[in-house]
Design a protein. Structure first.
Length: 457
């Protein structure tokens, strides 16, 4: 029996496309084909593989606007964000291509011979991408895996498969070998599970909820299969009284409203030193009101809709029961709209303050001093990202060292750069993506000892 997924425009609820789901049998066929393609791909000279990836990057760049407009329709991303996301795919392919000819092992001094390490591809890699950033996060795994000599099977989220499918077409148009990079749309519990359980898939790269990540990790453990997991977050935005309060308040709205809050790195726990709290809130309210929420295709829009009705209801469930809120505006009528929302006066352990809402909702919590700020920042099961606002460089260093998170910014909200490693502490994930070591995460290290002892001839 075959199944289909209906892709809806989140801003209008109109049908964009109907996409057939990949069956378990089709996953098996894809793995066999990918394994054969991988053998030929890894046998190519490194320079040839690098050139092939650069041609893929050029093809993506030529179709950047098309990809961006497709993301607006299927995911409700603002057009500005969508263009950046398509450009990020291009940049990741270029960056990964630069690593192909630099993926080297080591010569290790040992007695009695020569010892070298070789970095060899894993084989077939499964990448399970989320719906919140369909293009960039798919490329986080795909680009370095291909560069390291692997084949990639990409399973996009059910709600956002269209840009992934188009990328696969562009890969073939650019000359990438057939079956080396395949996109397998389908449900997580069918297509995704088949990838996780397939003995021919050497590694799974998953970005999504902590709950599903734990399930994948357990199944991979049963098969001693490698995993990289980028999971949930509840990131702090720590504002000290000695900071530039005006700048911190002005930057705060988009730190949790970008992509409608559907971002694991969203700074949804705003921690403000009590002596600066009133001034910060005086500035933050108008800043929230000024955020333009509306048609994601409009160049002026800063925040679009949520991805689905299910996600809309989930976000609504956190902002009930008479909470004190400060809200912005959002369109009425069709579409999965939720206004920018600040929650104040709640216990730090309340669900809205402790759990990942994954929507345009943040809580504001006061703290007394540096130790209290660190305590509140770490009082969560997550540890993905966060920001520290202060003019004191010593404090910035101390707090950066004390906060248990994988990615921190001082006087900034930037979390992701393809040049630098990305990943989380605690239940925010396992392993690191991006950065100069990204390719090595898709390799095996083989140690070779060559004896030099023996009688001279």
């Amino acid at each position: 029996m075959s199944y289909e997924h209906h892709v809806l425009n989140p801003a209008t609820e109109e049908l964009v496309a109907t996409v057939p789901a990949t069956t378990v049998q089709e996953v098996d066929t894809a793995v066999v084909r990918a394994a054969a393609a991988q053998q030929k791909w890894s046998a190519l000279a490194p320079a040839d593989r690098a050139r092939a990836l650069r041609r893929f990057a050029v093809k993506v760049d030529e179709h950047l606007e098309e990809l961006a407009q497709l993301e607006v329709r299927q995911a409700g991303h603002t057009i500005g964000n969508a263009r950046w996301e398509a450009g990020n795919v291009r940049d990741l392919l270029d960056y990964a291509a630069g690593g192909v000819e630099r993926l080297s092992g080591r010569q290790i001094p040992v007695p009695g011979g020569l010892n070298v390490t070789l970095l060899e591809p894993l084989g077939v890699v499964g990448v399970i991408a989320p719906w919140n950033f369909p293009m960039p996060i798919a490329a986080w795994g795909t680009a370095p895996a291909l560069a390291a000599g692997n084949a990639v099977l990409l399973k996009p989220a059910e709600t956002t498969p269209l840009t992934a499918l188009r990328l696969a077409e562009l890969a073939l148009e650019s000359g990438l070998p057939e079956h080396l990079f395949q996109v397998l749309p389908g449900a997580g519990d069918v297509t995704g599970n088949a990838l996780v359980e397939h003995p021919g898939v050497a590694k799974i790269v998953f970005t999504g909820s902590t709950r599903v990540g734990k399930q994948i990790m357990a199944k991979c453990a049963d098969r001693v299969k490698r995993v990289t997991l980028e999971l949930g977050g509840k990131s702090p935005n720590i504002v000290f009284a000695d900071a530039d309060i005006e700048a911190a308040a002005a930057a705060t709205p988009m730190s949790f409203l970008d992509n409608s809050g559907q971002d694991c790195c969203a700074r949804t726990r705003i921690l403000v030193q009590r002596s600066a709290y009133d001034r910060f809130m005086e500035l933050l309210g108008p800043a929230i009101d000024s955020v333009v929420v509306g048609d994601p295709g409009d160049e002026k829009t800063q925040m679009g809709p949520l991805i689905s009705k299910v996600q809309l209801e989930r976000v609504r469930s956190y902002v009930t029961g008479g909470l004190d809120t400060i809200t912005g505006s959002a369109p009425e009528g069709p579409g999965f709209w939720f206004p920018p929302t600040l929650v104040t006066g709640v216990d730090p352990a309340a669900p809205v303050a402790a759990e990942e809402v994954f929507g345009p909702v943040a809580v504001v919590l006061p703290f007394e001093d540096e130790a209290d700020a660190v305590r509140l920042a770490n009082a969560t099961e997550y540890g993905l990202s966060g920001s520290i606002w202060t003019r004191d460089s010593g404090r910035a260093i101390r707090v950066s060292q004390a906060v248990r998170a994988g990615n921190l910014s001082v006087n900034s909200h930037a979390s992701v750069r393809y040049w630098t490693p990305f990943g989380g502490y605690k239940q925010s994930g396992l392993g690191r993506e991006l950065g100069p070591d990204a390719l090595t995460a898709f390799t095996e290290t083989k140690n070779v000892f060559i004896s030099t002892e023996g009688s001279a001839q």
